[in-house]
Design a protein around this ligand. Structure first.
Ligand SMILES: NC(=O)c1ccc[n+]([C@@H]2O[C@H](COP(=O)([O-])OP(=O)(O)OC[C@H]3O[C@@H](n4cnc5c(N)ncnc54)[C@H](O)[C@@H]3O)[C@@H](O)[C@H]2O)c1
Length: 453
């Protein structure tokens, strides 16, 4: 099928690579001429695994890029829209890029006689398709939905650093369709690129819009619940958070359920905030997502407090991991970036190390902290080190270079022989080895007797 993809960013370009690998002819569209030129010269830069390989293997004619959206629509049957929907000041998602794309799509549709299908992949606030996007497409194209203009809301559940995997091995496919026909068309395209047999959830556009933001909100709730257990187990003698979350996982599943650092990144915090804003707007109760956000902020302070307790002003704290998660250079709302700022304010010197994110962190932190490209050098210069994300690259580290320091392992990811290298090893989520009874006596006094009488 001839397909156009609007927006050749982190998600769009990855989808393009999967489409051409599946044998489709694709016209990629971006307003950024440098991106268009890079795609046409196959001189692309991306950190997403699998994208360049797929593009390299595809015949040259399988992919052309252009800034002319209307022409791309004229020359194709289906358009995926994957442009940014940035958070606005009220916490919602701005549709300004989507609407600009709709106007150009409409112009393209006006110039052709065949039916055209539009699938919006960008994350939308619930209600956006019916209230804003579809009317704009109808106005711009001069056609009605179902009469020459077909529409789906088709969000993807992908994670940066494995976007191709998200498209080729999705947990499930979500189709928000105005009627069966566009749903069938979009589903057939996904089925042509998947390497697994994913379940399919078909529903109306507004249901799919709710499902998309609810999915991320649900995930933040699970992350926060595991983090709450971490804070409890960090204090209770003999408790180990992993034994508890592993046990609960038998009933409730393992995903997004490891006590560690607060969540961050470009999607979870903003989707949680947007869903809360939407719930408030319609007069329903947003206590739950707002409580999750509030807890996340509190949890950040909990981890900060642990690090401050272990370090003195003037000492150096090494942060192992600057991105918001492993396998990506993205530092947007990364915990390590907040932590750096707070530690500097508390008069600690900070050295940051990360295999991919040093440049990104330097862009936002400037010279507030120093950066060390070799992890062992970072350890040598630190009095306290903190594992902020469980990077795969930590597996090959010579930990003996940190034998003098106090190591805070937020993820409890170091094996026992590595943990034994340090002057002190502090795995968050594991309580002290004192006796519970004595500890309760000291911390709660009579209150425990009252609670159990
Ligand atoms: N990044 C993620 O992890 C993720 C996950 C799920 C969903 N999403 C959603 O996908 C959408 C895109 O995200 P991204 O991370 O790929 O963004 P991105 O910023 O990496 O890329 C967006 C691209 O769209 C281009 N663009 C903007 N307006 C355009 C227009 N009118 N016409 C053509 N091109 C245009 C930009 O130049 C840019 O190259 C967003 O709505 C985001 O919320 C992202």
């Amino acid at each position: 099928m001839d397909i156009s993809v609007i927006g050749l960013g982190k998600v769009g370009l990855s989808l393009v690579s999967c489409l051409v690998a599946a044998g489709h002819k694709v016209i990629g569209v971006d307003i950024d001429l440098a991106v268009v030129e890079a795609v046409n010269r196959r001189a692309l830069q991306t950190q997403e695994p699998g994208v360049l390989e797929r593009l390299r293997l595809a015949p040259q004619a399988a992919l052309v890029a252009t800034a002319d959206l209307a022409q791309a629509v004229r020359d194709t049957e289906l358009t995926f829209v994957i442009v940014p929907t940035p958070s606005n000041t009220l916490g919602g998602f701005s549709l300004r890029h989507v609407l600009r794309a709709c106007d150009d799509i409409g112009a393209g549709v006006r110039a052709k006689s065949a039916d055209h299908t539009v699938a919006i992949v960008s994350t939308l606030l619930p209600g956006s398709s019916d209230a804003v996007v579809i009317p704009r497409l109808e106005q711009a194209s001069g056609r009605k939905i179902g009469a020459g203009l077909l529409y789906c809301y088709n969000p993807s559940f992908i994670a940066l650093g494995e976007v191709v995997k998200g498209f080729e091995q999705p947990d499930y496919l979500l189709i928000g369709e105005t009627d069966r026909r566009p749903g069938d068309i979009v589903l057939a395209i996904h089925k042509s690129i998947v390497k697994v047999n994913p379940p399919v959830a078909r529903m109306t556009p507004v249901e799919a819009e709710i499902a998309k933001v609810a999915s991320n909100t649900h995930e933040t709730m699970r992350v926060s619940f595991a983090n709450m257990l971490l804070t409890v187990c960090s204090e209770v003698p003999g408790a180990n958070v992993d034994r508890i979350t592993d046990a609960l996982a038998h009933r409730m599943g393992r995903r997004f359920f490891k006590g560690a650092v607060p969540y961050g990144g470009p999607c979870w915090p903003r989707d949680n905030q947007a869903f809360s804003a939407f719930i408030d707007m319609i007069g329903a109760v947003s206590t739950l997502p707002r409580a999750v956000d509030t807890f996340n902020d509190e949890h950040a302070r909990f981890v900060l407090r642990k690090i401050l307790e272990l370090s003195s002003p003037g000492e150096t704290v090494g942060l192992l991991g600057l991105a918001y998660k492993p396998g990506t250079p993205v530092v947007e709302r990364a915990f390590a970036i907040d932590l750096s700022r707070w530690l500097v304010r508390e008069r600690r010197c900070v050295i940051g190390w990360d295999p991919l994110a040093i440049d990104g962190a330097r862009d936002v932190l400037g010279d507030r902290i120093t950066f060390e490209p070799v992890v062992e050098d970072c350890l040598r210069q630190s009095d306290v080190a903190v594992i902020t994300i469980p990077l795969r690259e930590l597996q090959g580290v010579n930990w003996a270079s940190g034998s003098h320091l106090r190591m805070v392992d937020c993820w409890r990811c170091l094996p026992a022989d590595a943990a034994a290298c340090f002057a002190e090893y502090v795995p968050l989520g594991r309580g002290p080895s004192t006796h519970v009874g004595g500890w309760l006596e000291k911390t709660a006094g009579d209150r425990f007797r009252l609670l159990t009488s």
